[in-house]
Structure formats: structure tokens, C-alpha cells
Design a protein around this ligand. Sequence first.
Ligand SMILES: Nc1nc2c(ncn2[C@@H]2O[C@H](COP(=O)(O)OP(=O)(O)OP(=O)(O)O)[C@@H](O)[C@H]2O)c(=O)[nH]1
Ligand SMILES: [Mg+2]
Length: 446
Amino acid sequence: MLDGIRDAVRKFLGGNTSYEVAVEEFIKDIQKALISSDVQVKLVFSLTNKIKERLKKETPPSNLERREWFIKIVYDELSALFGGDKEPEVNPKSIPWVIMLVGVQGTGKTTTAGKLAYFYKKRGYKVALVGADVYRPAALEQLQQIGKQINVPVYGEPGSQDAVGIAKRGVEKFLSERYELVIVDTAGRHGYGEEVKLLEEMKDIYEKIKPNEVILVIDASLGQKAYDLAKRFHEASNVGSIIITKMDGTAKGGGALSAVAATGAPIKFIGVGEKIDELEVFNPRRFVARILGMGDLEAIIEKMKAMEDYEGIQKKMGEVMTGKSKLTLRDMYKQIVAVRKMGPLSKILQLIPGMNMMGDIPEDQVKVGEQKMQRWLSIMNSMTYQELDNPSIIDKQRMRRIAMGSGTEVEEVRELIEHFNTVQRTLKMLKRRKKDVEKLFGQMGG
Ligand SMILES: Nc1nc2c(ncn2[C@@H]2O[C@H](COP(=O)(O)OP(=O)(O)OP(=O)(O)O)[C@@H](O)[C@H]2O)c(=O)[nH]1
Ligand SMILES: [Mg+2]
């Protein structure tokens, strides 16, 4: 999925087919990528239909290209499915608050019970745990160990087979002791009759303890099965929220989308590791970016735009190296502006095909700090066109004038010019490696 979507975005933004054809193709690519990442087919189509509809109804803002705008719509709609810009409310709506965790075996219920206890304890709540799993060997010991680690009491009845009774007695005990948050861990397997029995038991516990909130715990790698599974748990116990575990181990998580659709419940947390503090409050946009494998999509959109400017500059550099044109401070000005938009130069170089060949240029030779860039831009703004196009005419007197005009020091003006000379030398050095360079600029269409 990661590569699928990323490739689709690249293809879409960089393609030379007509916009209409590209959109059709891009939508198909997205559908394919989502379906292969276990998002339910029905859901994928309702999503893409919505996107198509917006595409017809709306017009892009003037500062965005149509294609970029389209990508933004895709990102928005996908994020909207998960709650959009809202982070979920995770604090209990009232006190006391009883949480019951449900989910199939091995998804991480017990671990998550501990993580939640720790999370809320740190927020100042008086928290307790109840171990109502009587089927998994050593389930109670597992929970007790976690409880001990975070100093939270655990109720359990060793040897008992009465899961419903344990849950009820545990909750009652802690509520009578004025605990504010009671978290009940349940079984993920059942000795006899498996799933049907398990769901019956969940229903039973649910009705006896009347929790304020049932949280469905699902594993990020669950996939297509998530929809039906979530639906069945929802019917048994009225799922109120969802926690996706093991987000650290997979780039998938498409099943999460299906679980949300099946229950109408929001995702509250994601588990990102086995340790007690590896639980994050769910953030829809970050999550979508994560399952899409695109980092921060909005930043990418901006970078892609800056990349075009940058490639224009690179083309110019290519011309400079082949002697077709001369390097000027104007080029460097543009370069600095583009680089500032794009982030660290080393990262940018990796983004441009063929650029890794330049890997042996010392990093600090091309690295310029953010603050310095800002001052250099001011300096260049105080230069005449003549000076920008032909920096060698800048003598001491001109330096003084430029420094005054830009509110900087003569030393800084000198430094800028020295940097310019270094860049020029670097380009000459690259020129000597003509073969590499030709290959490089050939690839970039320069
Ligand atoms: N990497 C990773 N592992 C996790 C995460 N959450 C749980 N695990 C691991 O998943 C395994 C199963 O976790 P449990 O908490 O025992 O799962 P369970 O749902 O209680 O299992 P049953 O009691 O058998 O139903 C353990 O090895 C956990 O350490 C997570 O967010 N990331
Ligand atoms: Mg367990």
C-alpha cells in the first residue's frame, strides 16, 4: 500500500496525460492500493465516489494547481473518515468511569489495559484493573504483573471459571473503594464453542457490569476480517470506541477503517509498541498519512511545488557547467528561496533522481542555516541587478553600501560572496566529473 499510493501520487503529479485521464487513473490506483491494504471494497467505492463528486462540484483555489488540489481532496476525504481534524476526547465524561476491553485473542487487550491504566494514572485518575479472562492460561498473572509495574491494583479470582462474576465483583469492589476509573480486561478466546460463546460472554459481562464505555481492541494487521468482527462485537456489547494496536509493526491498518465503519465508533488510541507507555492518542491526519506511507502529505504537496522551482535551478546549473550560461547571485537567490521551502538540502538531494550521485559533496559545504539564509536574502535584495549578475564587481565600497542597505554587517556580505564562490568551485569540480553530470542532467531532462 505504501508504495502503491506513493507511486500513484508521483504518477499523477508528474504524468503527461490529460488531467481527466490522470484523475481516472489515479482514482483506480487508489482503489487498488486501498483494497490491497484490506480496506473494505464498499468503503473504498463510497470514498472515491465522494471524491469524484467534490471534483465535479468544486473549483480549485487559484494558488493551487488542479492536480495538487485533487490530492488534497483525497487526503481530506480519507482523513474525514477517521474524524478529520478532531482529536478524540479521551478523558472520562464522568467519574467513576468503567471501561470494558473486548477483542479477539492476541490483539493486545491485556497489554492495552495496562497502557490505559498507566495513561490515566499519569493524568491523575485513581485507576484499577479487573482481570476477567478465565480461558487464557496465566492471564491473571500477566495482568497482575503489569499492575505491579505501574502500581495499580488488580482484582482477580485465581482458579475461578466465572468470568461474569469476577467482572461484577471486581467493578463493585473498586467502585465502593472510590476508584475513579476501572478497566476490565476480558478473554479473547473461549474454551468451548469459541467465537459464539465468547460473544455471548461479552454480552453477559456487558449487561452485568454496565460499563460506561466498551473499547474494541483490534490489531492493525487484521485486514478485511475487521469489518465483520467489529460488527459482531458491536452487536454483543455496543462498542463505543476503538483502539488499534501494533501500529509499529505494519504499514497497513486498513482494517481500522472497516472497524470504524462497522461500529460508527471513533478510534481513540493507537498502540505503537509493547512497552507500557507506547500508546498514542489517535490523530486522524497523522494516521492517514501513516497508513498511506506518505509522511505529512500537506508538506509533500508543498515540497513538490518547491521541487519544480528547484529543478529549474538545477537546469540552470547544468547550463552553467556546460558553459552555456553563467552562474549569478540571482540564481543563488532563487536557490535559497526554493531550498527554504523544501527543507534540508541533503533530504532534497535524495528526492531528485540521480542526485545521490552527488553524495560525496561535503554536507557542510552546501548547508546554510535558516537564519543565515534569511539574512542573505536581505543582502541580495539590497544589491543592484548588475551586482547580482556579476558579483565579481562587488568591492569593499559596494559591500559597505549593501550591508547598510540590508541592515547587516560587511562581514556577512563578504561571507555570502565567499559562499557563492564555493558553489561556483563545486560546480567546476562536478564539471570535471562530466560523465556523471551528463547522466545526472540527462535523467532530469535538463
Ligand atoms: N509491537 C506491539 N506489540 C503489541 C502491542 N500491543 C500488544 N502487543 C503484543 O501483542 C502480544 C499479545 O498481547 P496481549 O495483550 O497478551 O493480547 P490479548 O488480546 O490480551 O490476548 P488474549 O488474552 O490471548 O486474548 C504481546 O506479545 C504484546 O506484547 C503494540 O502496540 N505493539
Ligand atoms: Mg489477554
